[in-house]
Write a protein that binds this ligand. Sequence first.
Ligand code: FAD
Length: 339
Amino acid sequence: MIGAGVVGLASAAALLDRGHDVVCLDRLGPMAERSTGTSRIFRLAHNSATLIDLARQARAGWTRWSEATGQPLVRDVGCLVSGALTLPWTAAMRKANAPYEIVGADWAELRLPVRKAPDVLLYDVTGGAIETVRTGEYLAGVLGAALRVATVYALEQRDTAARVHTPDGPLDVDAVLIAAGAGTSPLAAQVGIYTPTVLEHHVRFTFATSRGGPLRSWIDQSPGMPSTYQHMAGPGRWTVGALFDNATLAWEVGRDEAVRASREAVVDYVREHLDGVDPTVLDELYCTTMAELGDGFHLRRNGPFTAVYGDNLFKFAPLLGDLLATAVTDGTEDAVDYL
Ligand SMILES: Cc1cc2nc3c(=O)[nH]c(=O)nc-3n(C[C@H](O)[C@H](O)[C@H](O)COP(=O)(O)OP(=O)(O)OC[C@H]3O[C@@H](n4cnc5c(N)ncnc54)[C@H](O)[C@@H]3O)c2cc1C
């Protein structure tokens, strides 16, 4: 296993559970790159019935993990969807026979911290907010000594098996899962697997909110506004991430400028449109994402090597762990797309 983000950890945990010998290598340690931070949105709502069904299976996995930790790993606060996404996502929810409500004039009861609510909101009642730190601690605990800090700098096929090169020397293994986030593409390319290479910057910001109690997660693509996702990142803390255009977030723009421009635009948005949210940035969380990937995930295989990539993977983690454990041990088609 290469990568101890939530995907690599979930996959290693599933393999250990099935009785396999596993080593999970990460250059930084667990949950260090795209999986860092305190929270993520969980939602059933997607633009396809297939992804909704997969999210439903993932939700069952979250319940299983929560029971194992003795604490809820998903806060069941629901997730609201508005703007351009509402119609297509509602149609997909209907097709998947998933539970949802449509909220109109009675939006005030939802306590969204916003001055003027969108006309129509899709309310994904199964959605919520994931406790990411607890999730990482739980999975790292399951892995125990199987988790090691080491950079993988080369991969090599040896007959039907694989050699993994690290600064501590080579490791010979039956199969390798490359779940290395931004590091996946350069490693996969060494063993004849193509995964997308173009990265973008992304940053989300956390603000203080005076709205008490748990607040619902919210994804908005209303006209004339930046596309945002928003949720509670802890008591009294409201997080806003915005999906800006390529001119703001392209790799060539550079991290510092992308963060500066995002911060300025998000703070303006909070000041103008949110209610009960103080526009002073308390915290910022930066990561790379892959350009032009939406929801969904992708498996690519060549011999003993399997690579996984996708965006917004956290919510699918328990399901991904099971799917990838099966792919690595039983084999899979050379290319499988879950969209
Ligand atoms: C700000 C933000 C908000 C998000 N919001 C949501 C959300 O609301 N809902 C949702 O579902 N998802 C969300 N996501 C996406 C989700 O968090 C990621 O898709 C997921 O965490 C990716 O996990 P991963 O294990 O694939 O990658 P990572 O967490 O990046 O893990 C990959 C690991 O591989 C290691 N690695 C890389 N190269 C090497 C190498 N050569 N050798 C050894 N180790 C290596 C890295 O150190 C890293 O720890 C968000 C992400 C961010 C950053």
